[in-house]
Design a protein around this ligand. Structure first.
Ligand SMILES: *Cc1c(COP(=O)(O)O)cnc(C)c1O
Length: 391
């Protein structure tokens, strides 16, 4: 009997397994070589020089293209080098970028500086607001930069609607899919042209490699990105690709545990008197809940919440936790907590923070895959400490 077509998950997680024709290694070998031999003069081998192409890096890139349903992937040294590459490739001199007002801080800094230097024009828009998106994209643009769910408030943008507006404005539409990973959301299938990942986060999943990727929806865009990647030299190292491919193999099972833990934590937060508000797209009263239900295959494991007691409560909660490490980044197997106002979003002005809704009592969790009961116990103790500051 013929087996059914393999699922994308199985294909991507088995990427390169048993492909070694020399020794039959089960796990694909790592090719650190910088250069590869030409068979004869005038005949280009598949790989010539590792900045432009490397077999190990390609295995990882193909796995991401499979999961995102894309035509090709450029693997870069970090999420930010992927962002730099996208701007190089898609924004002409003094071109116009329409970007979400609550983008990842590093992306915000890059676009803001290029704008200040007159290299491009950037308009910051709340793309989760359909009227604001329509108004901004009623004039021509070169690049639209979407990030959904957003950080740290988990705002949801309708990718299909913004992609349509972006295309009508003549723009390439890029979606930063770092928070969801391709297993929870596939922006190319919703109309985006290019997907960006900080593979540092869920894709590698173990907080031990910095990496990035751009997945292109068409061959033409993939070739364009390949050309720019080779020309600028932003490609990721072959060993980092090898490590990240190993991380990717457990993405599906990790995400299931991440999300189960997130559900338990959200249930705790919504009922605790120390908490004024919970931001999680899985909650029916979250403003983006319906869109998230439609465009995501799960609600993920990032949760933020406002403590009623402000900064004093945040200090009491964060100091004394056993399992939640007070640290930036996200998407690793270990649980983390951040105080966005002083940490991840510390560079924002007070006005910008207020506009984005980032208060002194806001905390963001990246919920890991430890045993659920341990995480709930740790947070319950922390919330009780936070509540005690307000009596
Ligand atoms: C971390 C992150 C980036 C930047 O990626 P690096 O790998 O740190 O360079 C970009 N976008 C989002 C949403 C991120 O979380």
């Amino acid at each position: 009997m013929d087996l059914p077509e393999p699922t994308l998950v199985t294909r991507a997680l088995r990427q390169g397994i048993s492909n070694d024709t020399q020794h039959g290694a089960v796990v694909p070998p790592w090719y650190p070589s910088t250069n590869f031999a030409f068979p004869v003069i005038g005949e280009e081998p598949d790989y010539a020089y590792s900045r432009s192409g490397n077999p190990t890096r390609d295995l990882f890139g193909q796995a991401l293209a499979t999961l995102e349903k894309g035509a090709g992937t450029v693997i870069t040294s970090s999420g930010m080098s992927a962002a730099t590459l996208a701007i190089m490739a898609f924004v002409p001199a003094a071109g116009r970028v329409v970007a979400a007002h609550d983008l990842y801080g590093g992306t915000w800094r890059l676009l803001d500086r290029l704008g200040a230097d007159g290299k491009l024009q950037v308009d910051w828009v709340d793309l989760s607001d359909p009227d604001a998106a329509r108004a901004a994209l009623s004039t021509p643009a070169d690049l639209v930069w979407v990030e959904t769910p957003s950080n740290p408030l988990l705002r949801i943008t309708d990718i299909a609607a913004v992609a349509e507006l972006g295309h009508a404005a003549g723009a390439v539409v890029l979606a930063d899919n770092t928070f969801c990973s391709p297993l929870l959301q596939q922006p190319l299938t919703l109309g985006a042209d290019v997907v960006l990942h900080s593979t540092t986060k869920f894709i590698n999943g173990h907080s031990d490699v910095i990496g990035g990727a751009l997945v292109a929806g068409t061959d033409e865009l993939a070739e364009q990105l390949d050309w720019w990647a080779n020309t600028t030299g932003v490609a990721g190292s072959s060993f980092d690709a090898w490590l990240q491919l190993r991380g990717l193999r457990t993405l599906d099972v990790r995400l299931r545990m991440h999300e189960a833990n997130a559900r338990a934590v959200v249930a705790l937060l919504v009922d605790h008197p120390a908490v004024a508000r919970v931001h999680y797209p899985g909650l029916p009263d979250h403003p983006g809940h319906d869109i998230a239900t439609r465009q995501q295959h799960g609600f993920g494991s990032l949760v933020s919440f406002d403590l009623a007691g402000g900064r004093a409560a945040a200090d009491a909660m964060c100091h004394g936790l056993d399992w939640f490490v007070l640290a930036e980044s996200l998407g690793g197997v270990e649980s983390l907590i951040v105080h966005p106002s002083s940490m991840t979003h510390g560079a924002m002005s007070d006005d910008a923070k207020q506009l984005a809704g980032i208060g002194e009592g806001l905390l963001r969790l990246s919920i890991g895959i430890e045993q659920t009961s341990d995480l709930v116990a740790d947070l319950t103790a922390g919330l009780d400490r936070a509540a005690a500051t307000t009596v």
